[in-house]
Design a protein around this ligand. Structure first.
Ligand code: PEP
Ligand code: MG
Length: 841
């Protein structure tokens, strides 16, 4: 008794098959068959069968061919587990031979029939016999003898006649596709798309719907939404007397589907078929629970559905499609939330280079702040401001940025630096402002003195030349490619509100200024998780006053300068509290690496001398005296608070006075005060004593009470290890994973850009640890810090406020170790909200 080969399956509603055994296309076709759509007879070969074919096994031809009529032409298409992994191209019209040519000539005309034969000979000879495709170049397909010319060309090159038997042709096609899949190039390509090394390929053999012949015959594709925007809109192309994807290739000859001003349409020509097709597509959408592109053929007006493919889409379309499917009750809200890749939201939040635009890449660096912008090159903050005043878009190009460049960054549409990494000044400020930014672009030469940058290929770009910074993928492009606008539309808002319904870890924003806070609120951050107060001092007036504080030799001078700063600080805190409407605001005490406030060149020193009314020599000497070998590990953070406590007194006073002022007009504010760079319990005790004293003084002066919470920023390994000593003095810990990463690795966050890509390429680090939290090392310290902190203080609120707070993988880790919230740049808040929701679903 002949045993049926279980690896050869006629697709019926009940045949056992899954994407994991027969591939996504086979499974999809089975679903279409179940929907009783007019799918031509199809036989599916399993991964095992195809693997065997590549190794030289035979298949039971009879079993494979029985479902098809004897004269039936066939096509073979790939069916990989995930359609995105690709596969060899389809081969059509298998079975064409001299006999079929005669038969079809009578049926559909000699011209149409020979066209099919010629096409088949060509694709067979290239893909199966692996002959040089140009052997047919000199032959005229219109010639009356074209077929015999082609057959002869084949025979002389292949040294055997063109196979006439359908089964021989078919097995040749199947085997060549199976082998193509196992080739090295194909394997590398699909592995780059995330396929496992041993990913299988299935094949489907389908009865050919000819698309050429009598009446209205042709082929096309149809979908119900626009893949770029996700807006409902019947889109696609159709071409009479065509096969496969011809309609998509041959622009002008193709026809639109629906009646509009663009040209002749299928709707006009064949209204019934058009209506039926849209019905089929709607059924596919409802039952396959996805927007599908429907591949169809008309045979004398009769519809055949050959395939359904998930509609290719931009990120904004993905959001709109997911929301619409849930609103139509086709999928649940949770599923809609799961269907959008969190990082893809960046495409909605910022202007981007259009995905179809040509990219003339002239440099690459670290993608430090997403979005893209085009403008003229400028090399200083002052020029940026001048450009901005003239209404011209400009790109601030610097070796690296420092506080004086803030104004330039405000005025520019993007920033590009030679040095720095994910947590460098330019990167942090860029993300805060939502300003596209590429840092560490070491592939280019920055000849700032000559006012030019040089691309690796030698092209030179001068001041005033137009370039584009693409901070989404770290590229610098020449000129002005086509852009796509940001799209914070209704669908985005709806999806985010659904995400929040599922989310179980909080998301706050890192916000330093009122503009940041407004952005944070727009993106519905639950509060501010980190206000870096030193960034407030980067505004002109404050910068001068702050420098006076830093430069003061005598306490009396310092106190005058601090008095000048107090009202400015207070006003800024009032602003933040009012904007955040009673949501928590966590203010970090002054944490400057002091060098960030000092001028670096002679002109800067002269300006400073002028504004401080001091001789240049004094200023120069003092700057030198304040210089540190290693400022990031020097007099900063709480160390400054302990050695120059007047600064923290002033800040605490500004915070408390602002608390009382803002509580008059909005919900009562409970400020959170955070001490940076702590490494010892005693630091916290000392600071706490001073802050409590200021609070008591303000309460007495104002005759009003208020609450506040004091916490510690855990950003030194020692603070994490000694969390048990430190926690009893505070009500929260916030892990500053930027510094914690820097100190755990002993890796300068400002210099790592120089070698990070080499390190990642050579697999020393799996990824840039300033970008994605190093769960094994830095993560261990987080885990230890959280456990030890909570064991001493069970009510301790725990969070992360380093850049990792916005990275989906890192959020997963934070949630796993029981943190209460993450805090990230305002523009990353939506990404974090969505990523967090997906973890909880
Ligand atoms: C940190 O170190 O993680 C942090 C948030 O502080 P900053 O980046 O300001 O040093
Ligand atoms: Mg820090």
């Amino acid at each position: 008794v002949q045993q049926n080969d279980p690896h050869i399956t006629l697709i019926t509603p009940t045949a056992p098959m899954s994407p994991a055994t027969h591939g996504g296309r086979a499974k999809c076709l089975q679903r279409l068959v179940r929907l009783e759509l007019p799918v031509p007879v199809t036989v599916a070969l399993s991964f095992d069968a195809v693997h065997g074919l590549a190794a030289g096994d035979w298949l039971d031809m009879e079993q494979m061919l029985t479902p098809f009529g004897e004269d039936q032409l066939l096509c073979v298409r790939p069916s990989s587990e995930d359609p995105d992994w690709g596969g060899p191209g389809a081969i059509l019209n298998i079975g064409m031979n001299d006999v079929q040519l005669a038969r079809l000539s009578a049926e559909i005309g000699a011209e149409a029939a020979s066209k099919l034969y010629l096409k088949f000979i060509q694709s067979y000879s290239t893909h199966v016999a692996r002959l040089d495709p140009d052997i047919f170049d000199d032959l005229d397909t219109k010639d009356a003898d074209a077929v015999s010319d082609f057959l002869e060309a084949y025979e002389s090159e292949a040294e055997e006649p063109f196979p006439q038997s359908r089964s021989e042709q078919l097995i040749g096609v199947l085997r060549s596709m199976a082998r193509a899949w196992e080739g090295t190039t194909a394997r590398l390509l699909r592995q780059a798309k995330g396929a496992p090394a041993d990913a299988g390929l299935g094949l489907v053999i389908q009865a050919m719907a000819l698309g050429v012949g009598h009446g209205e015959s042709g082929s096309g594709v149809l979908q119900l939404v626009d893949g770029g925007t996700g807006v409902p809109q019947i889109t696609g192309r159709y071409m009479s007397q065509s096969q496969g994807r011809d309609a998509l290739k041959s622009g002008a000859a193709a026809m639109f589907l629906q009646n509009d001003a663009r040209g002749p349409s299928l709707e006009e020509k064949l209204p019934d078929a058009f209506a039926k097709l849209t019905e089929h597509a709607a059924l596919m959408r409802a039952k396959l629970r996805e927007e599908m592109q429907c591949e169809f053929t008309l045979e004398n007006g009769e519809i055949r559905i050959l395939d359904g493919v998930r509609v290719q889409r931009s990120a904004r379309a993905a959001v709109r499609i997911a929301v619409a499917l849930a609103e139509d009750k086709i999928i649940s809200r949770e599923e809609a939330v799961m269907r959008v890749e969190p990082r893809a939201l960046n495409e909605l939040l910022h202007r981007q280079v259009d995905s179809t635009a040509e990219r003339d890449v002239i440099g690459t660096g670290i993608a430090a702040s997403p979005g893209a912008a085009t403008g003229k090159i400028v090399f200083t903050a002052a020029e940026a401001q001048a450009c901005d005043a003239r209404g011209e878009a400009c790109i601030l190009v610097r070796r690296e940025t420092n506080p004086e460049d803030i104004r330039g960054m405000h005025a520019a549409v993007a920033a590009l630096t030679e040095r720095g990494g994910m947590t460098s000044h330019a990167a942090v400020i860029g993300r805060g402002l939502g300003l596209p930014c590429v840092v560490g672009a070491t592939s280019m030469r920055f000849q700032v003195n000559k006012r030019r940058i040089v691309a690796p290929d030698g092209r030179v770009f001068h001041e005033g030349d137009v370039i584009t910074v693409d901070g989404t993928n770290g590229q610098v492009l020449a000129g002005q490619p086509k852009m796509m606008e940001a799209a914070l539309d209704d669908a985005f808002q709806v999806l985010m509100s659904w995400a929040d319904e599922s989310r179980d870890i909080g998301v706050r924003a890192n916000a330093d200024t009122s503009a940041d806070a407004r952005t944070a609120l727009t993106f519905q951050a639950e509060g501010i998780g980190l206000c870096r107060t030193e960034h407030m001092f980067f505004e002109a007036d404050q910068l001068i006053a702050m420098r006076e504080v830093i430069f003061a030799n005598a306490p009396a001078d310092r106190s005058v300068a601090l008095q000048a700063l107090l009202p400015m600080q207070r006003d800024m805190f009032v602003d933040l509290f009012e904007i955040m409407q009673g949501r928590p605001v966590c203010i970090r005490l002054f944490d400057p690496p002091l060098h960030e406030f000092l001028p670096t060149d002679r002109a800067g020193l002269r300006d400073l001398a002028e504004s401080l009314n001091l001789p240049l020599s004094d200023v120069t000497r003092r700057v030198q005296a304040l210089g540190e070998y290693n400022p990031m590990l020097g007099l900063r953070g709480v160390r400054l608070g302990i050695t120059v406590p007047e600064i923290l007194d002033m800040q605490a006073r500004a915070i408390f006075e602002a608390t009382l002022d803002a509580s008059k007009t909005s919900d009562p504010v409970v400020p959170e005060i955070m001490i940076p760079l702590v490494s010892a319990k005693r630091e916290v005790e000392l600071v706490k004593t001073r802050i409590d004293a200021v609070a008591a003084a303000v309460r007495t002066e104002r005759g009003r009470d208020f609450d506040y919470r004091l916490g510690v920023m855990v950003e030194t390994p020692r603070a994490a290890l000694r969390a048990e000593d430190i926690a009893p003095h505070c009500s929260f810990f916030s892990f500053g994973t930027n510094d914690l990463t820097q100190m755990t690795y002993g890796l300068s966050r400002d210099d790592a850009g120089r070698f990070m890509s080499t390190y990642v390429q050579q697999g020393v680090f799996p990824e840039d640890p300033f970008h994605t939290l190093d769960q094994e090392g830095v993560g261990e310290l987080l885990r230890v810090g959280a456990e030890r902190g909570r064991s001493a203080q069970p009510k301790l609120t725990l969070s992360v406020c380093g850049e990792h707070g916005g990275s989906p993988e890192s959020i997963a880790f934070c949630r796993e170790i029981g943190l209460d919230y993450v805090s990230c740049s305002p523009f990353r808040v939506p990404v974090a909200r969505l990523a967090a929701a997906q973890l909880a679903i």
